[in-house]
Design a protein around this ligand. Sequence first.
Ligand SMILES: [Zn+2]
Length: 452
Amino acid sequence: MAHDLVVKNGKIVYPWGIVEGDIAVNDGRISVIYEKGSTYDAKETVDASGLHVLPGLIDTHVHIGWPDWPFEEDLGPTTKAAAAGGVTTVLNYVMAPESLVKGIEEQKHKFERGSYVDGCFHGMIFSEKNIEEIPEAAQMGVRSFKFFLPYRGSEAVPPAVGIDDGILYTGFKKIAELNPKGRALCHCENIEVFFKLKDEFLKQHREDIDWHDTRPNFSEVESIRRVAFFAKETGCPVYIVHMSVKEGPEEIRRARAEGVDITGETCPQYLTLTKRADRILSKVNPPLRDTEDNESLWQGLNDGTLSCLGSDHAPCAKKHKTEFWSAVVGFAGVQTMLPAVLSEGVNKGRLTLEKLAEITLNNARTFGLHPRKGVLSVGADADLTIVDLNKTVQIKAQNLYHISDFTPFEDMSLKGNAVLTMVRGQVVAKEGKIVGRPTGKFIPAYQQELGL
Ligand SMILES: [Zn+2]
């Protein structure tokens, strides 16, 4: 039998080591992994000599359309950016306060008509009504639910109103009842502390402060501790999104020692950027911090305390970022995630490629996408990211596919980039350019277990 396609002579990256060999694909799945020098028939080959072949990256944290593009308008740009940046699966947040189930249905339909990569969704919880929808959403393959702790009062994000501890408690209880398991995703910051600090800074007419000064490290730490305590009381597995502080890994270890099922995620911006970046354009929640926070988070990824990596891609436009206090938070990041990690992590000795493969596996396992996604093994989807560790790209927003008109990585030279991205055996991007069509699929979480 001839293979549809073989990626040959690559250095195949597994969590346990790097082995030279050839990956054969049939019907969109990995059919054989050959030792170097094997013979076989192939209709098409891709030569990966001198390059590394990683399992297609999974971005656990993507907000398609944030803050003000319709989902269908931003779907193409965001998923093209993903593919060009070596990401083959995105986990997108569905924000539909009026009906989560309806929001999931609508976005799933649109996603399968216009996405360049595969994806799954997280649901966002704002109300008792959303909590009641959790079992139905879970049956649709959405089993992770986000709680936006620090967005209320003047910081609320319309049309959503803020949540309180009652929503957190009843939501956690409902998620804990799901089988296979669900997971509560928490944005951890203490908003009352922010309100007080903001008042003080405004009274003092302070122009010299960074966003970090308004949301100091301890406000994230306190929130992680409280979420862990709620998780312990309710038995709900939790996941702390976009961890930014140096104290974070220790908090995860502490909660785990108490028996809490807790997972931590961090993002390239918290690993590589600091509060010295542009204070308005780089305004994000939680804020960019300091180099010692960067180093602690790299360490947390290395020792397995932080298991997951996502970009928190929020393709905000410059026009929303003009004044310090009113600027919308967030920025695009799905296309710069892999080069930032390869350049500042792998090429600077902070992270091994094997560890990056392990993180990709963790991302898939945590959200019920394994064994289809996250691994290079026979039977898995042929999602491959081929990288050249020596390829340097100078980042320019105008060259990135996202809809946003800036990037906090502007002008940075990042060494290590994706040179080919394959989704289910189809080459979608080559040398940072889209060459494929939008054939992305919605992949339900725990697909096999649910028989979906
Ligand atoms: Zn986010």
